[in-house]
Design a binder for this molecule. Structure first.
Ligand code: PMP
Length: 413
């Protein structure tokens, strides 16, 4: 992988932060955009302009082709079998909320159990919690191991007759731990359980094949894979996409309705896409997916893991660095730094790193149940992506080696 050539594709990497070259290590929050994505979005506004699925004129037909072409690209990106299985959403959050509402209202009964775990992002857990409050469903947790991982033996122990849904992330956003999705799918399907997977942190960083994994539903966000914000995908197996009633109603999702109260919906996936869609987002997402595929998802994953190992080597002698996920095979490094026997508050450390031109995330990372597992409330997360370099890992290591509580306090006074 030619990282320097890749870096040249990202105009934002020319900018500085705090007067220093930008070291963007907050890819778990969102990824930077290559020029081809910016161009794809601009092209829609510059040349195409029309709505999708509504006009009878040339521009409109061109938009339809670009929009449905983007769906095909997304279908290929996750290797879905049918186009009907891929609905556009505003991102993972909307996709996971739609699944939780549809499944809870249309497929579950009072007392049914949704199995999840304490490392889940708010967008993977809260939709089930809230939908369940009305429906009387319950949530139970798969115990995580000491590294915050789901193991098959713990998963098997957590399964019982009342479990009807398993809702987990393929890669956790705090610790970067990978769940054994394929094995979990097999165990779920032997028991008639639905497997709903939050792919927000996996799809951008590794090859995802929904047929091979055999997941029932899968969500992703374009902005984390170098695409625009405000667009993502809900994948659902065709039998469920055909059978489920959508959450939202409005223009373009219906075939016919009249004053008697009758309503005939369009077939999937259009029945899930009421209202004008983020067309430029879909086109930009497709450009991002093609861009990542042109580099190679396996190569991207290997590069991130290599950078993480390189960073771990650089800090291996630091006794005052607490690393929470040494063994997670992803580009996510989660840590805290001690000084004079005290933990530097994670936000103060992130603010110090900002002064060094390094962007990271601090806090609970929207996974507010995890501190019970980590035994600390807040952490700092550095997350590598395809355009990051060993030199940036060196800069992070050097900053962590030299930071003190006093230096952090100095920033604010
Ligand atoms: N799940 C995980 C694991 C995430 O990391 C995120 C984003 N931080 C989401 C869901 C939500 O994604 P979005 O904000 O794009 O809807």
């Amino acid at each position: 992988m030619d990282v320097q050539a890749i870096r040249n594709d990202f105009p934002i990497l020319q900018r500085k932060m705090s007067g220093r070259p930008l070291a963007y290590l907050d890819n778990g929050a969102t990824a930077l955009k290559p020029q081809c994505v910016i161009d794809a979005v601009t092209k829609y506004y510059t040349y195409l302009g029309a709505n999708a699925h509504r006009g009878d004129y040339e521009m409109s037909a061109q938009v339809d082709a670009a929009f449905e072409g983007a769906r095909k690209t997304a279908q290929k990106f996750i290797n879905a079998k049918y186009t009907e299985e891929v609905a556009f959403t505003s991102g993972s959050t909307q996709a996971l909320n739609e699944v939780a509402l549809m499944v809870t209202e249309q497929m579950l009964h009072e007392g049914d159990v949704i199995l999840t775990d304490e490392s889940e992002h708010a967008s993977s857990y809260l939709p089930w919690l809230q939908a369940g409050k009305k429906a009387g469903t319950k949530i139970e947790f798969i115990p995580l191991d000491e590294e915050g991982k789901i193991t098959i033996s713990n998963f098997k122990k957590a399964l019982h007759d009342k479990v009807k849904v398993v809702a987990v992330a393929q890669v956790s956003n705090v610790l970067g731990q990978m769940a054994p999705i394929k094995e979990m799918a097999e165990l779920c399907h032997e028991r008639g359980i639905l497997l709903v997977v939050d792919g927000a942190q996996s799809a951008p960083h590794m090859k995802v094949d929904v047929q091979d994994l055999d997941v029932d539903f899968f969500a992703l966000s374009a902005h984390k894979l170098c695409g625009p914000t405000g667009i993502g995908i809900l994948y659902g197996k065709k039998k469920y996409m055909d059978a489920l009633e959508p959450v939202f109603y409005g223009g373009e999702s219906n075939a016919r309705f009249d004053r008697s109260g009758s309503l005939i919906l369009k077939d999937a996936p259009l029945k899930f896409e009421s209202g004008t869609q983020p067309i430029e987002g879909a086109i930009g997402m497709a450009a991002a997916m093609k861009y990542l595929e042109s580099i190679g998802m396996d190569e991207i994953h290997a590069h991130e893991v290599e950078l993480k190992h390189y960073f771990l080597d650089q800090v291996s002698d630091m006794d005052n660095l607490i690393l929470y996920n040494k063994n997670a095979e992803s580009g996510i490094c989660t840590f805290n730094v001690m000084d004079q026997g005290k933990q530097i508050p994670s936000q103060d450390l992130a603010s110090y790193l900002n002064t060094q031109g390094i962007a990271v995330r601090s806090g609970t990372h929207c996974a507010k149940m995890l501190p019970d597992v980590l035994h600390t409330f807040a952490t700092v997360r550095a997350s590598f992506y395809l355009y990051n370099t060993k030199e940036e890992a060196d800069r992070l290591a050097e900053a962590l080696r030299t930071v003190t509580l006093e230096k952090c306090i100095d920033i604010f006074f």
